[in-house]
Design a binder for this molecule. Structure first.
Ligand SMILES: Nc1ncnc2c1ncn2[C@@H]1O[C@H](COP(=O)(O)OP(=O)(O)O)[C@@H](O)[C@H]1O
Ligand SMILES: [Mg+2]
Length: 395
């Protein structure tokens, strides 16, 4: 990747005087830090002109509990300490930089070079219904990452969409459409992260537009309760949920909330489905066992996905799962039971490991940035137009 000052003054847009030059193939290290705040996912992706992206290497760095706690505290809706945000922005950026450096060194030992990085950062506020504008804030300073790794970093992928009137989320449908749309089958890609989002991909030949949105909470309500009640980070393979019984009456009541029936585009975050939501469920459930609480919260995640598909897609032929929630067998089994006519697999069976689709997304948006490819869609985020995602931070 080279920055070149153009000598051609004939260019219609004079502020295009600085251009980015790319040598093919280009290797981009995508860094993802999702709302679960579980860790940093890194995927090194090779892009060759006219070919699908290829993931060369991947790794997740789990965050130390201190860091995870801090992220969750900063994400609480009543946290409003500007200085605290600014300081942690730097601290997290440095930590991400150190982690990225380790993966870059590992890649080098396998003979792989990283051309540049693409970092999403950590969302600490997502307010699509902001008072005046949709708002979304990611921290983990990309200039720190650039400084530590000595590589250019493309970051701040949501801003151009926000400026175009979009909610800045979800962006993963851009990649889902690119990788998984089929000629004659209806597919849905369901990313179960802290928040879960669904991309409905009509067959190419139908000429219908894909549709996407955050369907509701994913793992983060389960993680929160498992942490409070069992002092664990998450419900490994859904074992705790499986040993409990969901309170279906309570789940039905929750499913009547306005968010679930809102038409896409829509996105959500900890503001709606954070600590307060989990506390409400725990107190509403009364005398149930701790396992029942986890089963109930997991059921909410399952029902939010199924409800989104029922309402906005009808029956689809295939569902591809990704995100950490695809490892939760209880969720996968619940989806299979409720979507009997649908084949449910993970993206791993289709060439892209389900734990790294989001990291691959940022790498892909980094690729769109350097190739000046506008992305987005009013049916995903509600933006008025496509935009070029990201901005460039030089070391
Ligand atoms: N083996 C597993 N069993 C159940 N849940 C899992 C497993 N592995 C990961 N998860 C869940 O996935 C979450 C991380 O998912 P991830 O896709 O990284 O979400 P995010 O993008 O929000 O960070 C964990 O917090 C946990 O809840
Ligand atoms: Mg994560």
């Amino acid at each position: 990747l080279r920055m070149r000052k153009s000598s051609k003054r004939s260019s219609a847009k004079s502020n295009d005087a600085i251009s980015v030059q790319v040598d093919w193939p280009v290797n981009i290290l995508g860094l993802n830090s999702g709302t679960s705040a579980d860790g940093l996912d890194a995927a090194l992706v090779e892009f060759k002109l006219g070919q699908p992206p290829r993931v060369m290497l991947y790794h997740t760095f789990e965050y130390p509990s201190k860091i995870k706690k801090k992220i969750l505290a900063l994400g609480e809706p009543d946290y409003n300490d500007g200085r605290g945000w600014l300081e942690f922005d730097m601290e997290l950026g440095r930590l991400m930089g150190e982690m990225a450096r380790r993966i870059i060194n590992r890649a080098a030992r396998s003979g792989l070079e990283v051309d540049f990085l693409a970092s999403h950062g950590q969302t600490v506020r997502h307010l699509p219904e902001g008072r005046r504008f949709p708002l979304s804030l990611q921290i983990g300073d990309p200039w720190q990452i650039a400084g530590i790794t000595g590589k250019p970093v493309v970051a701040n992928f949501r801003r151009s969409d926000l400026a175009a009137g979009g909610q800045g989320a979800p962006l993963s449908p851009i990649l889902h459409e690119r990788l998984f749309r089929h000629r004659s089958l209806w597919r849905a890609v369901v990313n179960i992260g802290g928040i879960a989002n669904v991309t409905v991909l009509p067959p190419l030949k139908s000429r219908r537009k894909p549709l996407a949105g955050d369907c509701g909470p994913g793992n983060m309500i389960i993680d929160d309760a498992v942490n409070r009640l069992f002092n664990k980070r998450y419900d490994r393979n859904g074992e705790i949920a499986r040993s409990g019984r969901p309170d279906r009456i309570l789940v039905n009541r929750i499913m009547r909330r306005k968010y679930f029936s809102l038409r896409p585009p829509k996105s959500t975050g900890r503001e709606q489905f954070g600590r307060k939501f989990v506390s409400e469920i725990i107190s509403a459930i009364g005398r149930a066992s701790k396992q029942d609480i986890i089963a109930t919260l997991t059921e909410i995640t399952i029902r939010a996905i199924v409800g989104f598909l029922d309402r906005f897609a009808g029956e689809v032929d295939e569902v591809y799962l990704c995100g950490g929630g695809a490892n939760n067998d209880y969720i996968v089994q619940g989806l299979r039971e409720r979507l009997p006519g649908t084949i449910i697999t993970t993206t791993t069976s289709h060439g892209y490991h389900h734990d790294y689709v989001e990291a691959l997304l940022w790498a892909y948006l980094g690729y769109c940035f350097v190739t000046r490819t506008p992305v987005g869609s009013s049916s995903f985020t509600g933006s008025r137009k496509k935009t070029i995602p990201g901005m460039l931070c030089l070391p």
